[in-house]
Design a protein around this ligand. Structure first.
Ligand SMILES: [Fe+2]
Length: 395
């Protein structure tokens, strides 16, 4: 075997090992509700990532034969079975499965982008990121889009939408992750944009504050937001980390927001009754005790998009989720790699459909680590539309 082939097989085996570790990391972050346990498992995965990379070098050290690490990995892939053989098989399986998911999850008849506006908040609006003293080094990485914002208007076509709700405007944003690193002026400008969208309902789907000292920022920011039919929120996994879940709920409720965590409300719009519900599982409480199928239209706010199958089983018409941040770092031609979900990167962001349930996953605004590469912060207005079949039936 030539050295080049050995090196190629070594690279393939190493990528397979990375795929195994990333899969484990995604699953751990997506399934474990207890933060301390999650941290323990994440440390175990990190340890395995290092050990796995060292295995060929350890074998070279112990082997009586003078074999290089790439000869050892290439030998495993070609001649004998070993960890690297299984890791490479996992890499191939993951790639094939991802391609299948991209194909299956296309739902062009369910939504379309009406308008997408990009604003570089730092240069165009004049919000000064560079003066911020706690700015970490990765904030300055070339291509970091944390100081930008994409304001999107998306039309959601839904066959179940009653005629009286046609054109209902919903603002959906998520994952503010206020730490103090992204300046308050950025969020103030974001709130101005939200108010200018002039939606009928506003939804905020969790992960508000990562620094308890900045809770006052959140209250200041969201207090002035108003929508004709109300502002609604659910909490996310980061909101329970600093033990002020109750205080956070009180602050938001005092600011005029309606808590949907494990609850539901019935909203009368014209002659139609709209069900709005929230589910903060697997981190907090329990699922709302309601029957979406009995209402003219139903919307459920959740934090994790992993609840899509639950939403489908409950027959919700629309679900709004965040949590995944679009993966935060997207590699050209590959897309996101790391995503805290049991489904890996499948529901990182976008519009998905399961049965009659349509789910919008926001890329969110920020992140605990303020870095976004090829994955801009996103503020979305969803405009609900009846499908053409409905119009034909009505006529
Ligand atoms: Fe988040």
């Amino acid at each position: 075997m030539s050295v080049w082939l050995e090196l190629c097989l070594y690279a393939l085996g190493t990528l397979g090992h990375v795929a195994v570790c990333v899969t484990a990391l995604n699953r751990v972050q997506g399934t474990i509700a207890e933060h301390a346990v999650e941290r323990l498992f994440k440390k175990a995965v990190t340890l395995w990532a290092i050990v796995g990379l060292c295995l060929p070098f350890l074998e070279m050290w112990q082997s009586s034969k003078a074999r290089t690490p790439w000869q050892i990995v290439a030998g495993q892939l070609v001649d004998v079975w070993g960890y690297y053989t299984l890791a490479t098989a996992w890499l191939v399986m993951t790639a094939v499965r991802r391609l299948a998911q991209v194909w299956i999850d296309r739902c062009p008849n369910v939504w379309q982008m009406l308008e997408s506006r990009l604003v570089c908040v730092e240069s165009e609006v004049g919000v000064a990121f560079e003066d911020y003293s706690t700015r970490p080094f990765w904030f300055s990485l070339a291509g970091n889009q944390i100081g930008e914002l994409e304001v999107n208007k998306k039309e959601i076509v839904n066959s179940a939408l009653p005629v009286g709700l046609d054109g209902l405007k919903i603002t959906h944003f998520s994952d503010l992750h206020i730490t103090g690193t992204v300046p308050k002026a950025y969020f103030e400008w974001l709130c101005q944009e939200i108010q200018q969208l002039n939606s009928d309902i506003i939804f905020l789907t969790g992960d508000f504050v990562d620094n308890p000292e900045k809770l006052a920022w959140l209250v200041d920011l969201v207090s002035d937001l108003q929508a004709e039919h109300g502002n609604y929120f659910v909490l996310g996994n980061h909101d329970v980390r600093f033990g002020q879940e109750r205080r956070l709920r009180e602050c938001l409720t005092d600011a005029g927001w309606i808590d949907l965590g494990g609850k539901f409300v019935q909203l009368q719009i014209g002659e139609h009754e709209l069900l709005l519900a929230g589910n903060e599982l697997p981190w907090i409480g329990q699922a709302p005790d309601c029957h979406p199928g009995e209402h003219a239209y139903s919307i459920c706010a959740v934090h994790t998009p992993d609840l899509l199958r639950w939403g489908k089983s409950q027959q919700y018409d629309l679900m709004l989720a965040g949590h995944a941040h679009g993966g935060q770092i997207r590699i050209p031609w590959i897309g996101p790699v790391v995503c805290p979900s049991v489904h890996g990167v499948r529901y990182a962001s976008g519009v998905f459909q399961a049965g009659k349930t349509v789910m919008h996953v926001s890329r969110g605004i920020s992140g605990l680590q303020p870095i976004r590469l090829r994955c801009r912060p996103e503020l979305t207005q969803l405009i609900l539309r009846r499908s053409a079949e409905n119009e034909a039936t009505a006529n």
